[in-house]
Design a protein around this ligand. Structure first.
Ligand code: SIN
Length: 284
């Protein structure tokens, strides 16, 4: 049991915090889980080092926060249907997650977060960028905040994971089930975060296609402005992986972007995604 040594310290960048004094494989008590949940809500991403978890330990850790969401599109780790593989082999050119996004926003109840564990990392490269959707929202003008408060947006998986998606090229079986890419969901553009109660910007470049009631053409300029704003360096932090590193991110408070700068090398991660809930707007 670890709660007396557990510390959560902000990265000093735009998002995230480092967790120390914890051995996840040894098991966590309820106060430790509560501290991590609250830290997740406050900082958007929690980073851990030296946690060389076996899949069953990874699953046990995840289940302390929420039910596990079995990803429809990613290949699973052999023998562990609930652990997805995020893999890129030396002869492959495309990676998974190589653009700003947050996971599963095409679901009516979007995933609350993911726990990504590094198994094999390239000698150099393969970092992941994270961005803070609280500070992205808070740094908008009062006028734009008021405009966004009244808006909802449409999110879809069709263009990303459907049969025609460019994503499937060069994936060699790492992604599948394109016929399952039929989800659409409408969410508030500014949400009240379910853990922290803070307001966060909730659109993302990968899955948001338009504002509800607007055409794609009408939506594009404002969405692109918000994507550029959210990705400004002051909202971001760049995490470098080692085997046994974990990033536990909250999809409602952050975006992430897996850099694809390690061609010719293998990168293998295990990802568990956690079920979430329908999201409330900010300002009803
Ligand atoms: C993802 O988007 O889930 C993958 C992130 C990463 O591989 O760093």
């Amino acid at each position: 049991m670890v709660e007396r040594n557990l510390t959560i310290s902000p990265t000093g960048g735009g998002v995230g915090a480092f967790v120390e004094g914890i051995d996840i494989a040894a098991g966590l008590d309820a106060p430790s889980v509560a501290a991590l949940r609250s830290g997740l809500g406050e900082y958007g991403v929690l980073f851990f080092r030296g946690q060389h978890l076996r899949p069953e330990q990874h699953i046990r850790f995840a289940e302390q926060f929420a039910d596990i969401n079995v990803n429809r599109f990613f290949k699973a780790v052999d023998g562990y249907a609930r652990v997805a593989e995020v893999r890129k082999e030396p002869d492959q050119s495309r990676n998974i997650g190589g653009a700003w996004h947050t996971d599963h926003t095409y679901d009516v109840k979007p995933a609350m977060g993911s726990i990504l564990l590094a198994k094999e990392v390239p000698e150099s490269g393969g970092d992941t960028l994270f961005a803070n959707m609280y500070s992205a929202y808070e740094s908008l003008s009062d006028g734009l905040q008021q405009t966004l408060a009244g808006l909802k947006a449409v999110h879809t998986s069709r263009h990303a994971f459907g049969a025609q998606a460019r994503y499937h090229r060069d994936m060699n079986g790492r992604l599948g089930n394109p016929q399952a890419a039929t989800q659409d969901a409408v969410h508030p553009v500014v949400i009240t975060h379910p853990i922290s109660g803070r307001k966060a910007l909730y659109v993302n470049q990968a899955f948001t296609v338009r504002f509800d009631g607007w055409t794609q053409e009408e939506s594009k300029p404002l969405l692109e402005m918000l994507y550029a704003h959210g990705a400004r360096p002051e909202h971001t932090y760049r995490f470098s992986w080692k085997p046994g590193s974990i990033a536990f991110w909250d999809n409602r408070a952050s975006w992430h972007y897996a850099l694809n700068d390690y061609h010719g090398q293998r990168r293998l991660m295990h990802r568990i995604t956690l079920e979430g809930e329908a999201l409330e707007g900010c300002c009803a």
